[in-house]
Design a protein around this ligand. Sequence first.
Ligand SMILES: N[C@@H](CCC(=O)N[C@@H](CS)C(=O)NCC(=O)O)C(=O)O
Length: 220
Amino acid sequence: MSETAPDTLPILYSFRRCPYAMRARMGLLASGTRVELREVLLRDKPQAMLDISPKGTVPVLQLQDGTVLGESIDIMRWALERHDPQGWLRHRQAACTIIEQIDGPFKHHLDRYKYHTRYENADPEFHRAEALGILQRLNMRLSEHGQLLGSQPTISDYASFPFIRQLANHDRSWFDALPLEALQKWLAGHLASDTFKTIMHKYGQWHAGAAPVTFPAITA
Ligand SMILES: N[C@@H](CCC(=O)N[C@@H](CS)C(=O)NCC(=O)O)C(=O)O
């Protein structure tokens, strides 16, 4: 890939461990889109990011023409609509339905299971059981062909697995003991992939005026 000067690239505000930012980085990576990456700490958000996206969530992508994309799915779609060599945008409608399930009910139960003290009257056992119901349905899909919508992963797999990872990591022995072999295999496969390794490269916190760094990272 030819080198582009960092100051001509779109700017991605990202946080390494955020599942939404992970999916955005994967979409950018799969589409071959190089960006200037600005690593954000959620407790110390840069003013430059808040100026363009006052809601204060990551990821945020600022395009060269000034357009701001403040939703992870929009960043994935923008990148993949430009270039989608692996066909992540196949089965668009079905993928959309799965992603809505993850971003809606699954995320709702995940937060109330994992961070139950932040919610009044949240019973973590109840929310884990509800999340498990969703995992069981995903497992049925995965048992058929290995990925959510067939034998090749689509945007639905990449948009989902960072959230399943979060749930799995909260109580690894519980997750590993579930009779959901296809789901466990699918998650392990994505976590071991070059795609995931590449997007989990560590960047130091960005500060205004710092020398630009690019994503994907340039490794010798
Ligand atoms: N709907 C947004 C959600 C993004 C989001 O909630 N990101 C979290 C981090 S994982 C965040 O920035 N939270 C703001 C905060 O914690 O201050 C998207 O898809 O991009």
